[in-house]
Design a protein around this ligand. Structure first.
Ligand code: DX5
Ligand code: ZN
Length: 216
């Protein structure tokens, strides 16, 4: 069964408590939290206080996706706010080995995110140290964008790379995921599906999460 990670970027911020309660009741195992700084991506979303507030309201794993420049400045702060999993962008990082080690020392799971243009093969010398890889299937910055089709091939290439390590390294996919592509993504080798718009704009988000988790 895939791990479903609802992205609260598409949630109703005025009623965030209700939205978290809904996810908490659902079969989703992770909550995906998109942090944007208006520098690495054109948009600004939210930061530490939201992570802290969500942490108080749920025991689900908090999967924090940092879309910020020099992400290493904030690893400790996000751990203190309650993050369980921290991912940062390959394109925003100069010393990935050091950053991964720091996240691990802080007691969190660590992952690298690849923008749609970054070759999967760029991870060949770091893959062994990662707990997960997040493949962007849109250009990061906004919810509700159109899924990029070459993601399937990128996932199967990455799956092979992960297989060669002999380790368990999760493949997470983020952006434009819906019922038309989720099955194919899982078939290609995805383990975790981040879903924003498809969940929060549906009439029954709880049911949508449940249906997504049953896709094979
Ligand atoms: C995009 C974010 C995504 C976003 C996904 O930059 O990283 O997590 O919330 O939203 P949907 O599923 O609507 O594309
Ligand atoms: Zn994200």
């Amino acid at each position: 069964m895939p791990i479903i990670a609802p992205s609260i970027l598409s949630a109703d911020f005025l009623h965030l408590g209700n939205e978290i309660e809904m996810i908490d009741k659902s079969v989703a195992e992770w909550i995906h939290i998109d942090v944007m700084d208006g520098m690495f991506v054109p948009n600004i979303s939210f930061g530490l206080p939201i992570v802290k507030a969500v942490r108080k309201a749920t025991k689900k794993l908090l999967d924090v996706h940092l879309m910020i420049v020099q992400p290493e400045r904030y690893f400790g702060a996000f751990r203190d706010a309650g993050a369980d999993i921290l991912t940062f962008h390959y394109e925003a990082s100069v010393h990935i080995n050091r950053s991964i080690a720091e996240i691990h020392e802080l007691g969190m799971k660590a992952g690298v995110v690849l923008n749609p243009h970054t070759p999967v093969n760029s991870l060949i010398d770091i893959i062994h140290d990662l707990d997960l890889v997040l493949i962007m299937s849109v250009n990061p910055g906004f919810g509700g964008q159109k899924f990029i089709e070459n993601t399937y091939r990128r996932i199967s290439d990455l799956k092979q790379m992960v297989y060669n390590t002999g380790k368990i390294i999760l493949i997470e996919v983020d952006g434009g995921i819906d019922f038309s592509n989720a099955g194919k993504l899982l078939e290609a080798g995805a383990d975790v599906l981040v879903v924003g718009n498809t969940v929060f704009s549906s009439r029954n988000p709880l049911e949508t999460i449940s249906k997504l988790s049953k896709i094979k």
